[in-house]
Design a protein around this ligand. Structure first.
Ligand code: SF4
Length: 319
């Protein structure tokens, strides 16, 4: 889920050596990894480095930084952490698309991802100045558990590093069932919350607005698993898209056992819709009679079941 604004300089960055050590990567070729930190569980670039995932293009970048000081919507947090730039979930309303470096990347949002291949090495530098107690939001302009993460395990390596050496107050934000893979690491944190975004109860709506995202059912199942493992979990309806049956939707959310929820409205004019998607999305919105009034009505219904639901920025305040 993209929330906070972040400079693309920070997101993409320049090539940097780390503590006199360098990782040598040759995109799309076999690679050699030289590390001064052999104890790391290195991300699995050597096994799975590829230039395509589905229809999406993968590139590998050296980033200049991995933690970004927060401002704006996320100002309550100390840092955002984005292991990737771009996101192959490609939600049609994603504002993070607007931080794309070129018109072409913006137009092709959802069909490219850049891997910050030195992300772990950059984070290791922070061992000298502990991040204990700092609030970190992961991630603001990408999904840390988008499909490529299944093989690369870059996000996993960062979470492992944070658990072992820092113990920050960590919030993880995703739309991906892959998140439940890392429950073993989440258990090592004193303070952590895993947020799963569920935007609608309708697969038709989901397929129209989030065609490349996992199904609602798989997301609910994964976040329930996280919750059942004793990890703080939260469902974020951000943004709330058209809903078919608000009562049943609220009930389904509560059936996970989760107690924390955040909601915010959908603004159709703020997305990165390409012409064809916009037409489909707008048709569906009109057909479902979806408007701000409708949102407020659904909110009232949901509040009958979840009276203390968090709203907008206030709901996202750090744990
Ligand atoms: S999951 Fe969707 S909203 Fe979040 S960063 Fe990816 S495309 Fe954007």
């Amino acid at each position: 889920m993209g929330i906070a604004k972040e400079s693309l300089e920070e997101t993409v960055g320049l090539e940097v050596g780390v503590g006199g050590e360098r990782m040598i990567f040759k995109p799309f070729e076999n690679i050699i990894i030289m590390s001064l930190f052999p104890e790391f569980d290195q991300p699995k670039f050597d096994e799975s480095k590829k230039d395509k995932i589905g229809q999406s293009q993968i590139t590998y970048k050296q980033a200049s930084s991995i933690l970004t000081a927060c401002k704006g919507f996320m100002s309550g947090y100390d840092f955002t952490l984005n292991p990737y730039s771009g996101c192959t979930f490609g939600c049609t309303y994603c504002y993070a698309a607007f931080f794309s470096r070129s018109e072409d990347l913006l137009k092709n949002w959802g069909y490219w991802v850049q891997v910050k291949e030195n992300a772990l090495q950059l984070l290791v530098k922070f061992r000298k100045k502990s991040l204990k107690g700092k609030t970190i939001y992961m991630s603001s302009v990408t999904d840390p558990y988008q499909p490529i993460e299944r093989d690369l395990q870059l996000t996993r390596s960062l979470i492992d590093e944070l658990a072992k050496y820092h113990q920050p107050r960590l919030v993880i934000q995703t739309r991906s069932p892959i998140v439940s893979r890392d429950i073993d690491l989440f258990k090592k944190f004193e303070t952590i919350q895993v947020n799963m975004t569920i935007t609608t109860d309708s697969e038709t709506v989901r397929k129209t607005f989030e065609p490349l995202c996992p199904s609602n059912v798989s997301r609910l199942k994964a976040i329930k698993e996280v919750h059942d493992a004793g990890i703080n979990a939260c469902i974020t309806m951000t943004p709330l898209l058209p809903i078919e049956n608000a009562d049943e939707f609220a009930q389904k959310l509560l059936d996970t056992g989760i107690k924390k929820f955040i909601i915010q409205p959908f603004h159709s004019e703020k997305g990165k819709f390409v012409a064809s998607t916009r037409e489909n999305a707008m048709q569906l919105i009109n057909k479902m009679n979806w408007s701000n009034d409708q949102y407020l009505q659904v909110l009232e219904t949901i509040k009958k079941y979840i009276p203390d639901i968090g709203i907008g920025k206030d709901g996202f305040k750090p744990i």
